[in-house]
Design a protein around this ligand. Structure first.
Ligand code: HEM
Length: 426
């Protein structure tokens, strides 16, 4: 496999001067023994991968009675998630265990015909073609956060993770339900819901949200419970991804002043003092590159799992029925054969002039194939518009003494909180 070479001009883009290596969990020199690996996985799943895992292209392990294969090259990712897509299902026992109580048998954890049906309903709703409806909502919500920050005293402490979770929750709720709402505004939810249902015609919203059957539908008396449930579903699964990635972006910017300065310069050049619009997104190339690099280093969904329904062969190795197949963006995005300086924070690698150097399927933060993230365009536009809006008026610095450590449970987060301080930009 070819290594990526940069077409960048070092003098101009400063690619060789970015020396910041953001934190990652310790990597054992040798594979951990099964019991130690299981114990470690419970604490931080990312810490089970030893040094060699960042070089292997396809490897296997046995955990208890289950055979596990890690597809760790663009070719094996494409085979598993695209070519042999129909032979592997999403609903691995792990996924079922973790997600079913939250999502029931919704789009995220369904397979086969049920998934196809639900995907056909859900995908158009958050499709790129509807971004012109959503972008003003994204900017408005981000601008409100910026205004709130501007009223804080100098160097005010915030939890950037929580701030981003609140912001992205607000955006998806306004995008889905229309007007502003909070969990206490159950009536608003219901009213907006019917409006929404009218808009999308035949859509079964219970399917869209993956609500379990026991959740009361909207004509049922227990509206508040349903509203809370919706909020929880939206918050926990869809928000967490964008919220985590934004939190990581603020952290990375705070540690790399030269990257932050270039981002500010781009905002000034493209936007001046006005707020961004959807039309500005294609011009904000460096802002996008910073975000793309943030989710390369810290993919919000760092492990993707499938279960083999039919016996298959990958790289001449038989894959028995019932085996677990993993694509681990955490490994693939830091693979030594695919990336130059894989652990460094180098947004320039995502500038358009360097795109040709990257191998297809070496970068999969939104997954690939038929089950690719349905909200990819939404999430990307949201991230760029939020970063641009907030960075126009504020800088975030890591709070003194704060220790940032990537922790993977269901998603990859910078710990349980990200303590930062807010500083006004003139
Ligand atoms: C940075 C933000 C985001 C990232 C990195 C991300 C990533 C992912 C990943 C990795 C998957 C799993 C694909 C697989 O198992 O192969 C997924 C699925 C999904 N995502 Fe996202 N996501 C993000 C934001 C969003 C947003 C904002 C929405 C909705 C507005 C969304 C809606 C969905 C849906 C509906 C699925 C299930 C797709 C299916 O099973 O067919 N995502 N996402």
């Amino acid at each position: 496999m070819p290594r990526i070479a940069f077409a960048a001009n070092p003098g101009e883009v400063g690619i060789l001067t970015t020396s910041f290596v953001p934190p990652y969990p310790p990597r054992p020199a040798e594979p951990l023994r099964p019991i130690a690996a299981l114990r470690m996985a419970r604490r931080n799943f990312l810490a089970v991968f030893d040094e060699k895992c960042f070089e292997y292209q396809f490897f296997s392990a046995r955990i208890l009675n289950r055979q596990l294969f890690v597809c760790n090259s663009p070719e094996t990712v494409a085979q598993t998630f695209i070519a042999l897509h129909d032979s592997f299902e999403r609903k691995t026992p792990q996924m079922r265990h973790a997600l079913t109580p939250l999502l029931g048998d919704g789009l995220f954890v369904s397979d086969g015909e049920t998934w196809k049906q639900r995907r056909r309903i859900v995908a158009p709703i958050v499709h790129a073609s509807r971004l012109s409806l959503f972008a003003p909502i994204m900017v408005e919500a981000a601008a409100e956060t910026a205004e709130r920050w501007a009223k804080l005293p100098p160097s005010a402490p915030i939890d950037a993770l929580r701030e981003m979770a609140t912001l992205t929750a607000e955006i998806i709720c306004r995008a889905v339900f229309g007007p502003r709402l909070g969990s206490e505004h159950a009536n608003t939810i219901v009213a907006s819901f019917s409006e929404y249902q009218r808009l999308v015609g035949q859509l079964d919203l219970a399917y869209l949200l993956g609500l379990p059957d026991w959740v009361p539908r909207f004509h049922a008396p227990s509206i508040r419970r349903a509203a809370r449930q919706i909020h929880r579903v939206l918050d926990d699964i869809i928000h967490e991804t964008t919220a985590n990635s934004l939190a990581w972006t603020w952290y990375l910017l705070s540690q790399a002043p030269e990257v932050e300065a270039r981002l500010h310069a781009e905002l000034l050049q493209v936007l001046g003092a006005r707020l961004p619009t959807l039309a500005d997104v294609p011009q904000l190339v460096y802002t996008r590159a910073v975000f793309d690099e943030a989710i390369r280093l810290y993919p919000p969904v760092p492990v993707l799992g499938r279960q083999a329904m039919h016996g298959e062969t990958i790289r001449e190795r038989p894959i028995p029925v019932g085996s677990l197949l993993l694509v681990v963006p955490w490994l693939l995005h830091r693979h030594r054969l695919l990336w130059e300086r894989p652990d460094h924070f180098v947004p320039d690698r995502f500038l358009p002039e360097n795109a040709g150097a990257r191998e297809r399927y070496s970068y999969v933060p939104f997954s690939v194939g038929p089950r690719v993230c349905a909200g990819q365009a939404f999430g990307q536009a949201e991230a760029i518009l939020c970063i641009a809006t907030l960075a126009q008026s504020a800088r975030l610095q890591l709070a003194a003494g704060a220790v940032v450590e990537p922790v993977c449970r269901l998603t990859l987060r910078p710990g349980d909180a990200l303590p930062m301080t807010v500083h006004r930009r003139d």
